[in-house]
Design a protein around this ligand. Structure first.
Ligand code: IDP
Ligand code: MG
Length: 181
């Protein structure tokens, strides 16, 4: 099945100079690159991206980590959108398991990740967990005109294009933050 995923080179990957390596690994697949953006990670973007983990004890550290506060203030990350057959499985195989200490040593996380003494997973990359999350995340991180393929419908609104469906409500992972009671 054709799927879409968001790939992010997280702040630890950026400070370690791994962006080129990550891109190279994805270039070796048959996945098609349809979006690329250097993004500043605000608290709002971070907490919306990870809203499904908001109840976890590590949530605040995760937000600080993706904002770069635990990697010397590295507040920009590289975000890429890919599409292709079986994209989630292929991309997650390259990334490796969530816990870098448990990841296959040939994967990006297994090769370059670590768990800090404070328990933060420095796992170099984000890859969407499934195709529903892939769609939500691409719509969150990219504007329609930044995506070079016809992935999802968009509409003209106030002189600019917006995604026809908003980026995320009613996903598998639960209600949007503003909908919570
Ligand atoms: P994924 O990134 O492999 O999809 P998720 O469960 O979606 O894994 O978690 C998102 C991110 O939250 C992980 O990449 C990692 O940075 C962090 N994380 C997940 N589980 C833990 C944990 O048990 N301790 C610390 N950080 C975690
Ligand atoms: Mg995930």
């Amino acid at each position: 099945m054709k799927e879409c995923i968001l790939l992010i080179v997280k702040p630890d990957g950026m400070v370690k100079g791994l962006a080129g390596h990550v891109l190279r690994r994805f270039e070796e697949t048959d996945l098609r690159l349809v979006g690329a953006r250097l993004a500043k990670v605000t608290r709002e973007l971070a907490s919306t991206h990870y809203h499904h983990l908001r109840e976890k004890p590590f949530f605040e550290e995760l937000i600080r980590f993706i904002m770069g506060e635990l990697n010397g203030g590295q507040d920009t990350v590289l975000a890429f959108a890919y599409t292709g057959e079986d994209a989630v499985r292929k991309a997650r195989a390259i990334a490796g398991a969530t816990n870098p200490e448990e990841a296959d040593y040939r994967s990006i996380r297994g090769s370059f990740g670590r768990v800090t003494t404070k328990g933060v997973f420095e796992n170099v990359v984000h890859v969407s967990s499934d195709s529903i999350e892939g769609e939500r995340e691409i719509k969150l991180w990219f504007r329609p005109e930044e995506i070079t393929a016809d992935l999802f419908p968009s509409v003209a609104a106030d002189g600019r294009r917006e995604w026809a469906e908003p980026a995320g409500p009613k996903t598998r992972t639960g209600p949007w933050p503003s909908e919570t009671p």
